[in-house]
Design a protein around this ligand. Structure first.
Ligand code: MG
Length: 248
């Protein structure tokens, strides 16, 4: 069942989303060659707590950190640790917060120092695919209009969309119905209605769309070990169009 949110609930989700966006902004300023992903995780925790929120991922299904840090061929769910970023890496950071009973979920991929033209293009295409998707999040459209917007844009640029992991509804639960795939046929799926809130999160690879999970049971990597990027916003569908709750 897709839970529709009241305007009061959307206002609380705006606050949760604003915190998630702010944390991601703080982290973006800290991404530099030499920093460890554990330091980024510590910074995220301080920033979340400063905002009187809770880290939503810590302990979720046993996840051991506040944020996911996924470097280069890592797609999602990378675990922060002692690895140091180096110039030429790209890092995807996913932040989830819980504030006054509601969740905010956002992600972005950042270049570390100077990156290759391919890496820079991957980041731009993934970011733009999310914009294209958000523009389809309007009442009267169907869910897979969003999905198709991601897929058609990404594939037109010669990249691929991950199939095994998808976006989701979000509210008083981190993951709610519906699933929001990054591929699909336009005009299909549930009708979009005011009050729906979706975490739309394209995961885009330069090579194959196929992925696998490392032995740590968390880190998802591209099967061909080529690059992957990830952008995510929590988006409210309102009468007059989409509102990005997690802007930064
Ligand atoms: Mg998410």
């Amino acid at each position: 069942m897709i839970v529709l949110k009241s305007s009061q609930e959307i206002e609380l989700m705006r606050q949760a989303g604003r915190i998630a966006g702010e944390v991601l902004h703080e982290l973006s300023l800290a991404v530099k060659p030499g920093i460890t992903t554990a330091s980024l995780d510590n910074l995220a925790l301080r920033c979340i707590r400063k905002n009187n929120a809770e880290p939503a991922f810590l302990g979720y299904n046993g996840f051991p950190a506040c944020i996911c840090t996924s470097i280069n061929e890592e797609v999602v769910h990378g675990i922060p640790g002692l690895r140091r970023l180096k110039s030429g890496d790209i890092i995807s950071i996913d932040v989830g917060v819980l504030y006054k009973g509601y969740y905010g979920d956002a992600a972005a991929t950042f270049p570390v120092g100077k990156v290759s033209p391919l890496a820079a293009q991957l980041i731009e295409v993934t970011r733009e695919s999310l914009n294209q998707a958000v523009n389809k999040a309007v009442p009267g459209n169907r869910l897979y209009d969003i999905s198709n917007a991601v897929q058609s844009y990404v594939e037109s640029k010669g990249f691929s969309v991950v199939r095994n992991y998808v976006g989701h509804g979000i509210g008083s639960n981190l993951h709610e119905e519906p699933q929001v795939p990054n591929f699909g046929l336009p005009g299909k799926g549930p009708l979009l209605e005011p009050g729906m809130v979706l975490a739309i999160e394209p995961m885009v690879n330069t090579g194959t769309w196929e992925v696998e999970t490392l032995d740590d049971q968390w880190t998802v990597v591209t099967r061909d070990r080529r690059l992957s990027a990830h952008f995510e916003h929590s988006v409210a569908i309102l009468q007059d169009g989409p509102e990005i709750l997690t802007s930064f």
